[in-house]
Design a protein around this ligand. Structure first.
Ligand code: M6R
Length: 365
C-alpha cells in the first residue's frame, strides 16, 4: 500500500495536502465559521479559564509549541507547553481554571496519558488533539479534536504534525472568537489563509527535487544544527528531531539568538546549518545570524518566504516557501525539513520507516 512510494514516510509526507484539507474543511461551515463537533467548550466555561497547559511528547510536543503561540496570539490566554515526562513529575499548578490540552497521534503515549489523568485529578478540563479514533487519550477527554491525517505507519511523524498544527489554529481562532478577544477581520483573514494551505503544501512538495539534490550533497555531513527565531525556532526543533531520528546524525536545534551564548564555538568549515528565516519581523536578525555562521565557514541552507531574494546572496542554498501570513508559515516551512530528513536517511541506506531503537508509540514510562 505504498502506492508507488519507496517508503511510507515519503508517502505520508506527500499525503499532507489531503490530511490538512480534511482536518480543516470538516470544521468550516459555508459562512466560514468553525464548528468543532467534539468540543463543548462554551463562552461561559472559557470565561473561567485562566491558563492553558499543552502537554505531549516528541513531535506532538513540537506541534504544541506552535499551538502555544497561536492560542496566546488569538485567544490571549496564557499558555504553558511541557513535555509529558516532565509535566508529570514537577507538581504543576493545575486547578479547575486550567484547560489541559493533550496532543498525541496514537493517543496511547503513556506519559501523555498519565499527565492527562493527573490534570484531571486536579480538576482541569481536558481537551485532546488526537489522530487515532477511540484511543485511550481520546476516551478520557472532555473535549476532543481529531486530526484527520489517516493512519500514520512511518515511525517518524509527518502528516500527524501538520494536521496537529491545523487543529491548533482552529482551536485558537475558535477560542478567540468565543471569548471576544479576536477581531473579526483577523479571524477571517486567518481562515482565508488557512484554506489556501493544501494548495501551498502541494507547491512546496513540487519542489522536492531541490531538497533531494541538497541531501545528495550533504548526507555524509555529521556536523549539523538547526536555528530559527520566533515560530521558526519551533520548526527548527522539529526539523532537527526528524533528521536525527531517521538519519542518525547527531543534530540539534537552538533559538538563533542563543548562537553567541555558546553554540557558535562549534562552527567550523562545512558545518551544515539549517537556518529558518520566514518571519518578517525577525528577518534582519536572522540575516545577521546567518552571516555570523557563514563567516566561520558554515554551509547554510536557509528556508524563507518567496520574495526574500537577498538571502540567495547570503546563504549557500535557499528554499522558498509560498508567501502566507507569518503565523501560518510552520505548515509550509516544516515540509522541506521533513524531506531533507527523509532523503538523507534513504541515501544513508537506513530503514526509514522503522528507525533503529524506536517504536511508533511509546507505551512504557
Ligand atoms: O503518538 P504520539 O503523538 O503521542 O507520539 C509522540 C512521540 O512519541 C512521537 O511524536 C515521536 O517523537 C515521533 N517518532 C517523532 O517523529
Amino acid at each position: 500500500e505504498k502506492e508507488g512510494f519507496e517508503h511510507f514516510t515519503l508517502k505520508e509526507i506527500f499525503e499532507q495536502p489531503k490530511g490538512v484539507r480534511e482536518t480543516l474543511m470538516r470544521r468550516l461551515n459555508s459562512q466560514n465559521e468553525i464548528v468543532l463537533e467534539g468540543v463543548t467548550l462554551t463562552a461561559d466555561i472559557l470565561k473561567d479559564i485562566n491558563k492553558v497547559y499543552i502537554v505531549a511528547c516528541g513531535t506532538a510536543y513540537h506541534a504544541g509549541l506552535v499551538g502555544r503561540r497561536a492560542i496566546e496570539m488569538f485567544a490571549k490566554i496564557p499558555v504553558e507547553c511541557d513535555v509529558a515526562s516532565e509535566f508529570r513529575y514537577r507538581d504543576p499548578f493545575v486547578d479547575e481554571k486550567t484547560l489541559f490540552i493533550a496532543v498525541s497521534q496514537s493517543g496511547e503515549t503513556l506519559d501523555t496519558l498519565q499527565s492527562l489523568r493527573e490534570a484531571k485529578r486536579k480538576g482541569a478540563r481536558i481537551l485532546s488533539i488526537v489522530n487515532v479514533v477511540g484511543s485511550s487519550v481520546a476516551r478520557e477527554s472532555d473535549d476532543l479534536l481529531y486530526t484527520w491525517a489517516g493512519p500514520e505507519i512511518g515511525v517518524a511523524s509527518t502528516k500527524a504534525y501538520t494536521t496537529q498544527l491545523i487543529a491548533f489554529y482552529l482551536l485558537a481562532l475558535y477560542m478567540g472568537k468565543l471569548n471576544g478577544r479576536l477581531e473579526e477581520h483577523k479571524y477571517f483573514e486567518m481562515i482565508e489563509a488557512l484554506k489556501l494551505m493544501p494548495e501551498k503544501i502541494t507547491e512546496v512538495l513540487d519542489q522536492s527535487k531541490e531538497i533531494q539534490k541538497l541531501a545528495a550533497a550533504q548526507f555524509n555531513n555529521e556536523k549539523v544544527f538547526f536555528m530559527g527565531r520566533g515560530v521558526d525556532c519551533d520548526i527548527a526543533y522539529e526539523g532537527s528531531l526528524k533528521l536525527k531520528e531517521i538519519s542518525y546524525i547527531n543534530s540539534f536545534a537552538i533559538a538563533a539568538g542563543e548562537l553567541k551564548h555558546g553554540t557558535i564555538a562549534l562552527i567550523e568549515d562545512n558545518t551544515f546549518v539549517v537556518a529558518m528565516a520566514t518571519q518578517d519581523k525577525l528577518y534582519e536578525k536572522m540575516l545577521s545570524n546567518i552571516k555570523e555562521v557563514k563567516a566561520r565557514g558554515a554551509y547554510v541552507f536557509a528556508i524563507a518566504k518567496e520574495g526574500n531574494d537577498q538571502l540567495t546572496k547570503t546563504a549557500d542554498e535557499v528554499f522558498f516557501i509560498p508567501t502566507t501570513l507569518d503565523a501560518l508559515t510552520p505548515i509550509l516551512s516544516v515540509i522541506p525539513t521533513q524531506l531533507l530528513a527523509y532523503y538523507v536517511s534513504a541515501l544513508r541506506g537506513n530503514d526509514v520507516d522503522k528507525p533503529r531503537n524506536l517504536a511508533k508509540s511509546v507505551t512504557v514510562e
